[in-house]
Design a protein around this ligand. Sequence first.
Ligand SMILES: [Zn+2]
Length: 55
Amino acid sequence: MIIIKNQTLYQCEDCKKRFMSKASVKRHQKKYCTANIEPDPDPIVVDGGPGVDYL
Ligand SMILES: [Zn+2]
């Protein structure tokens, strides 16, 4: 077994996954990164809460 120290790793800045090559990261970010999947926009829920006292 060969252990390579100080191996340069490339990390996806979105999901922090690590890759051995730059190309792998780019492919990952374009196609496979889960962080790139558009989330459903959350509606902003405004809680009415208790009545507001207007002075
Ligand atoms: Zn990613």
